[in-house]
Design a protein around this ligand. Structure first.
Ligand SMILES: Cc1cc2nc3c(=O)[nH]c(=O)nc-3n(C[C@H](O)[C@H](O)[C@H](O)COP(=O)(O)OP(=O)(O)OC[C@H]3O[C@@H](n4cnc5c(N)ncnc54)[C@H](O)[C@@H]3O)c2cc1C
Length: 280
């Protein structure tokens, strides 16, 4: 985890003026943010010296240099503490007197407690637990370009283009956009082309991308996750729907889920995330 902040850049004064309400709200909430001149932006990010842009700097932001490597470390740490990892596709979930039954190809287990944390694919499992949750997916894309040396020192978001340029281990990742297109439709090449054209405004020398990706943000109508026990199947705990911030929010959700299962969760923390809040 790199603790070197993140940077918004505003190439048009109207965009900066239009974001005033966001800045006031963050200030009210105690978020550390600093408005930067174009010179200060260039000081933080020398490769952007030719870009005439005002900046908004968040010094407390943290970024992950390689999420896959981070997950592998988490898995290794859990395994070392006695957690058994089993990879399988859960096709069906049913609450029975003996517990919650999970089955799928090569899988058949009954558990006292099951946590549904299947991201954008959680809806079908939640439905089988008896909960109708209006989970949708906000699809997003990324492109990665191999880099010998980092082009940037921290994630940078050109606000007018709506994506992040993030230096990762050995590559620059360009990620963003929101597409309401469900789980089945194929990737839209125009979205990837948009990212490609956008990043070349800053780094025209980039070669061909080394990876293209379509991801599924699990999103709910009120932008809050669902964290709590199923009413219909009390052996099921829901933990999904973190939208644009699932990586950021995962640790606190894990704490809430662990406390809930251990019976020490303070109900006040769960109200806003109740699985039945959408029921009419
Ligand atoms: C372009 C883009 C940029 C993003 N940037 C950020 C960011 O900067 N910061 C941030 O915090 N978040 C970001 N996000 C959001 C973040 O990726 C998600 O919120 C997060 O991945 C959700 O985590 P999750 O564990 O709930 O779901 P996922 O990461 O989707 O994991 C769900 C897991 O469940 C498994 N699964 C699904 N169905 C089944 C089944 N039936 N049986 C067994 N396993 C199953 C899947 O294989 C997967 O491993 C971004 C998303 C996108 C698309």
């Amino acid at each position: 985890m790199r603790r070197n902040g993140c940077l918004y850049i505003y190439r048009h004064e109207s965009d900066f003026a239009g974001a005033a309400a966001g800045r006031s709200l963050r200030a009210e909430l105690g978020v550390h943010q600093e408005v930067l001149t174009a010179e200060q932006v260039a000081g933080l990010e020398p490769r952007l010296a030719d870009i005439e842009a005002r900046g908004l700097y968040f010094p407390d932001s943290i970024n992950v240099s390689d999420p896959k490597a981070m997950l592998a470390r988490l898995a290794a740490a859990a395994t070392a503490r006695g957690v058994q990892l089993l990879r399988a596709n859960v096709a069906s979930l049913s609450a029975e007197a003996s517990g919650v039954r999970l089955s799928g190809p090569g899988l058949g287990i009954t558990a006292r407690t099951v946590v549904i944390a299947a991201g954008a694919r959680s809806r079908a499992l939640a439905t089988q637990a008896g909960d109708r949750i209006p989970l949708e997916t906000e699809r997003g894309y990324h492109l990665e370009f191999p880099t010998d040396t980092p082009l940037l020192n921290r994630p940078v978001c050109p606000i007018d283009l709506g994506f992040y340029m993030t230096p990762m281990d050995g590559r620059l990742r360009i990620a963003g956009t929101v597409e309401l297109g469900g789980l089945v439709a194929p990737p839209n090449p125009r979205r990837l082309a948009l990212l490609d054209r956008g990043v070349r405004q800053f780094f025209p020398e980039l070669g061909r991308p080394s990876s293209e990706w379509l991801g599924f943000r699990p999103s709910l109508p009120d932008s809050r996750p669902v964290i709590g026990r199923s009413r219909r199947s009390p052996g099921v705990v829901h933990a999904f729907g973190h939208g644009h911030l699932g990586l950021t929010l995962a640790p606190i959700t894990a704490r809430l889920v662990a406390d809930l299962i251990a019976g020490r969760g303070d109900p006040v923390y769960y109200q806003a995330f109740a699985p039945d809040r959408f029921s009419v």
